[in-house]
Design a protein around this ligand. Sequence first.
Ligand code: COA
Ligand code: AMP
Length: 636
Amino acid sequence: MNIQGKSLYHEIHARSLADPQGFWAEAATEIDWIEPPKTIFDASQGVYGRWFTGGVVNTCYNALDRHVERGRADQVALIHDSPLTNSVTKFTYAALLAEVQALAAIMRDFGVAKGDRVILYMPMVPEAVVAMLACARIGAVHSVVFGGFAAKELATRIDDAQPKLILSASCGIEPGRIVQYKPLLDEAIRLAGSKPKACIVLQRPQLICNLTPGRDYDWASLRRKAMNDGKKAPCVPVAATDPLYILYTSGTTGIPKGVVRDNGGHLVALKWSMFNLYGIKPGEVWWCGSDIGWVVGHSYIIYGPLLQGATSIMYEGKPVGTPDAGAFWRVISEHKAVALFTAPTAFRAIRKEDPDGKFIRQYDLSKFRTLFLAGERADPPTVEWAEQQLKVPVIDHWWQTETGWCIAGNPVGLGMLPVKHGSPTVPMPGYQVDVVDEAAKPVGPNTMGSIVIKLPMPPGCLPTLWNQDERFKEAYLTEFPGYYKTSDAGYKDEDGYVFVMGRTDDIINVAGHRLSTGGMEEILASHPDVAECAVLGVKDAIKGEVPCGFLVLKAGVKRPPAEIEKEIIALVRDKLGPVAAFKLAITVGRLPKTRSGKILRGTIKKIADGESWAMPATIEDPKVLDEIGEALKGRV
Ligand code: COA
Ligand code: AMP
């Protein structure tokens, strides 16, 4: 438990719900507006209303220019630390702004204008940050695709976003392996119906790729020329309700959802969160150890810390193996970070390698104040271990790609509430979090149900899905009228603490990465020898969950199952990408089903996880479960 005086939380949260307009109008004064909003929340616009309508703003101006103009020009804005390339590179606010102005001018010369989409398929290099901010500067809408996704996934996103330009690099670097991006980029563009006008490719010294004449342009040459010519693009005014970015996330089918983030709400919510939630003041060094391909990376490697005038660390490496389990402590001590935000899986990996925390004691962590965890449920043993080893508050907080910032957390800046292990603590301002039954009726304390958020969602949360208002309504707003459905299940205790226990749909969380098992099933089913399949998440000591595929082969298939299983594993890697960590495919004679033909995924999962399970009353043939148990022996 950590109690630091009286927390302002209850008063602030109550005010945010009683007077949302007043609360967020005040928060909005932290942002530099070109035209202040006419209405704080306009319920008549958008699918469920829009925040800060009439406001005109530029996100890049708020992240860079205003700090340069007001005394932070020489402060370091971004530290890129890469144990994979053995380099540390620092950019002051002035230097980062110069890079962004030049790239924005280059993109403008390619015809990119306000509202145009630009896809980024990039590794963890500073140029990716420059590219995102350059898009924001000219009002273009960026869509970052995580480097661990395969060509087909990139193609789906190209077709949905229809970018004018794609920014990419010759390679990513994973421990012991160079990931060639260019073949994936070429294949994705070949597969996509919508073709970009051009690609700007960053040649990394670790691997130089061939550029496609007439389509691909060398990033460094364009940059050099723009800098020599003194080219600079000014900030383009955009409406607060205009999209800043689209970020695709797994849905319940293989087709990802394009989560839309607007400019105004995002600015206000993120700026508010930096001190009030994370306790970070301008000028402090903050580290978010995520990837720019995920929402956490968007919000807290780039936008949040820069809006706050803080120094942000961008890390190209892993918690272990780059070179050892002391990597995180080296980064914190070398750059004097006051806080780290990462996923529990990283701590499970560190704990496994260094259970006694020997590496921790080799570094000076005296500046380090708080550890924040998110992305998956923070299991109490991992939290306890981190608390004991680091002797700082360890704060779990819960959020989704859709919300863009924390739904429930423990607000350090407002004064921490007592920590309860297993709970991400309490709803943040603007979020009325309820736990409801199937009839959308709130249930009492300590009763499991669906976790929902009363509409309207606070600023920063998605207003809709890209070009898919109907899918947005159907996926999130229809089942529980008046609420946003989180698709997480859990409960609230008598103190209002939220406990998030798991998803109610087919999404699994693998090392903090969100994946759809439905999407994987589509890939398995496409194999010519597979008659039927089921993919579910099984427990993993480090990654939390890993996908496990069950295959029923077509009658007459004579090839050894092990051979087909290998092909299936390769197929998922090829179609979805290595990030799926799909390494378990198990052939079975048949799948357990209910009498109405529904596959009993929950029961299979319990058997695979070694948990106790009850025979489902509706099962068609109970013997199938013994067969599943047999097939799993020695495999998980
Ligand atoms: N480009 C290409 N491939 C990538 C990639 C990228 N950007 N990121 C990951 N991969 C590959 C990895 O190389 C690995 O491939 P492999 O099957 O050949 O080994 C696979 O995708 C799975 O990667 P990952 O999930 O990172 O697992 P790992 O075994 O390499 O490392 C952890 C495990 C726990 C150390 C790592 O997952 C981790 O640091 N997680 C933190 C997660 C996080 O910050 N999530 C953000 C939400 S807050
Ligand atoms: P993503 O959209 O990738 O951020 O994944 C969001 C999902 O991750 C949520 O719906 C939860 O299922 C899970 N999640 C994220 N953070 C937490 C947390 N702190 N506790 C429990 N689950 C979490």
